[in-house]
Design a protein around this ligand. Structure first.
Ligand SMILES: NC(=O)c1ccc[n+]([C@@H]2O[C@H](COP(=O)([O-])OP(=O)(O)OC[C@H]3O[C@@H](n4cnc5c(N)ncnc54)[C@H](O)[C@@H]3O)[C@@H](O)[C@H]2O)c1
Ligand SMILES: O=c1ccn([C@@H]2O[C@H](COP(=O)(O)OP(=O)(O)O[C@H]3O[C@H](CO)[C@@H](O)[C@H](O)[C@H]3O)[C@@H](O)[C@H]2O)c(=O)[nH]1
Length: 459
């Protein structure tokens, strides 16, 4: 089929390249002419594993091209996807102006029977509203509107698309339903569950899924804090509850609070829809508050470990999660400014997100590797779970630092391994760190030094 993708961001580029992989001819259109010029030079504006290779493959196969001018491609397209941003508005509700602009400017260009597919995350009722706008702009009702929310995660976007848990195809008429079926035929043949439903359900499914996943994270974060206070180990607790198939182990990893371009924005939108329809989503409202409080509480905790102005802290990881250069709503964007404001000297490192972080946070120094960031640091804080940090040489890290505190917000290490280097390990709900003296005693043969003795010692 001939497809046009409006918006060449994370979702548009990935979806465009993957639809080309499924055999369709795709033109990705963006109104950012600079972005399109870069894409035409094979410069991929985002870091997403495998995306650059997939794009090159299909530019060469002739099935993928880029344009900043939708007219020609849209006039031939069977399906026009809208994958533009839907940022948060002031009351948490989403800003639909990009979706509306894209739809109305395209409307007169479409051939009869074309289907506009909304890929952006939008609130219930948006597809119906877009249908009215498109028909008004054309002066006739010979094109159709569908809702096909996207569930990919940054960092594993291509696999999430091509090996999706399910495809949600929202259509209110036979033509839109048929075009969606044809677009996804290769994935349906592979046995990927295909949920054919109406547009309102499709829109609701997307928000309910994100709200539920965010709730799992918010829940385990609080369980982790309780474990820390009660002397439990959240990793064991998450394994123990996650093996219950009704619960599942995924998304039970505690951290510095969820971030990214989706969970914070989508939970706010979900809560806003609840208020708008007179059905407040109290659980999600609380989750949003707790997640924000978590990030600033973490900054306070870092400052208390740091113990005074002018002391040095290394921040390892500023992306909202590993394998992306995206820093939207990342914990680092809340925590770094608070540390700098309190007079700390901050040196940061991230394998991919330095450039993006520098657009939002000024005043920090940057290092080329984690050990350089840790040089002379009083406290090292891990905020992103990059493999590079999980694989760090702890002896080298300990030698680089002048202080002794490692605050690991992603639980990358076994507490004992860090403590054995004479470091105080502050994790998120793992076993309490052994005090430096006790570890030293163990190394020098004083005391029994067994694990239960170390674990039982006060942090
Ligand atoms: N990022 C994700 O992981 C993810 C996953 C699933 C769903 N979503 C949803 O998908 C949507 C897009 O998210 P994103 O992260 O790809 O956004 P993005 O900001 O990375 O990309 C949006 C692109 O649309 C372009 N654009 C805006 N208006 C346009 C127009 N009228 N014509 C042409 N181009 C236009 C912008 O220049 C930009 O390049 C959002 O609704 C988001 O909530 C995102
Ligand atoms: O056990 C976990 C899992 C995630 N996170 C954090 O939660 C945030 C979001 O992570 P993730 O869901 O992996 O990334 P996204 O790329 O934002 O993907 C989410 O948001 C997308 C946009 O809607 C959806 O398409 C995806 O299905 C949904 O997982 C990040 O800050 C993670 O560090 C945790 O703290 N613990």
């Amino acid at each position: 089929m001939d497809v046009v993708m409006i918006g060449a961001g994370y979702v548009g580029l990935t979806t465009g390249a993957c639809l080309a992989e499924l055999g369709h001819r795709v033109t990705c259109v963006d109104n950012d002419a600079l972005k399109v010029a870069r894409l035409r030079r094979a410069e991929i504006p985002i870091y997403e594993p495998g995306l650059s290779e997939l794009i090159s493959k299909h530019v060469e196969s002739g099935r993928l091209s880029f344009s900043d001018e939708p007219a020609l491609a849209a006039s031939k397209a069977d399906a026009v996807f809208i994958a533009v941003g839907t940022p948060s508005g002031p009351d948490g509700d989403i800003e639909l102006s990009y979706v509306k602009n894209a739809a109305t400017s395209l409307a007169p260009l479409l051939k009869p029977e074309a289907v506009v597919v909304i890929k952006s995350t939008v609130v219930a009722g948006t597809a119906q509203m877009v249908r009215r706008l498109v028909h008004e702009a054309r002066g006739r009702s010979d094109v159709y509107v569908a809702s096909n929310p996207e569930f990919l995660r940054e960092g594993s976007a291509i696999r999430d698309f091509l090996e999706a848990d399910r495809i949600v195809a929202g259509a209110d008429d036979a033509r839109a339903a048929k075009v969606l079926e044809q677009l996804y035929a290769p994935l349906r043949e592979k046995g990927i569950p295909y949920i054919a439903t109406n547009t309102t359900n499709a829109e609701m499914i997307k928000y309910a899924a994100n709200a539920f996943l965010a709730l799992k994270i918010g829940f385990i974060n609080e369980v982790a804090d309780l474990c820390e206070a009660a002397g439990g180990d959240v990793a064991a607790v998450a394994d123990g509850i996650g093996l219950d198939r009704r619960i599942g182990r995924a998304f039970l990893n505690p951290g510095p609070g969820f971030g990214g371009s989706c969970f914070p924005k989508d939970t706010r939108a979900f809560a806003a829809i609840g208020r708008r329809f007179g059905q407040p989503q109290a659980i999600v409202e609380t989750l949003i508050d707790r997640n924000e409080v978590r990030k600033s509480a973490l900054a306070k905790r870092i400052l208390s470990e740091l113990g005074g102005k002018g002391r040095r802290v290394a921040i390892l990881g500023t992306a909202f999660k590993a394998n992306t250069d995206d820093v939207r709503d990342s914990a680092a964007l809340t925590i770094m400014p608070l540390l700098l404001k309190a007079g700390a000297k901050v040196t940061a490192h991230d394998p991919k997100a330095r450039h993006e972080t520098e657009r939002h946070v000024s005043g920090a120094a940057w290092a080329d590797c984690p050990y350089e960031a840790a040089r002379d640091a009083d406290v090292v804080v891990i905020l992103t779970e990059w493999d590079e940090y999980a694989g760090m040489d702890l002896d080298r890290l300990a030698k680089s630092m002048s202080g002794r505190v490692v605050i690991d917000c992603r639980n990358l290490f076994e507490p004992e391994a860090v403590a054995a280097r004479g470091l105080k390990y502050v994790s998120i709900g793992r076993k309490a760190a052994a005090p430096v003296e006790r570890i030293k005693a163990r190394r020098t043969g004083a005391g029994t030094g067994n694990w239960s003795e170390i674990a039982a010692a006060p942090a």
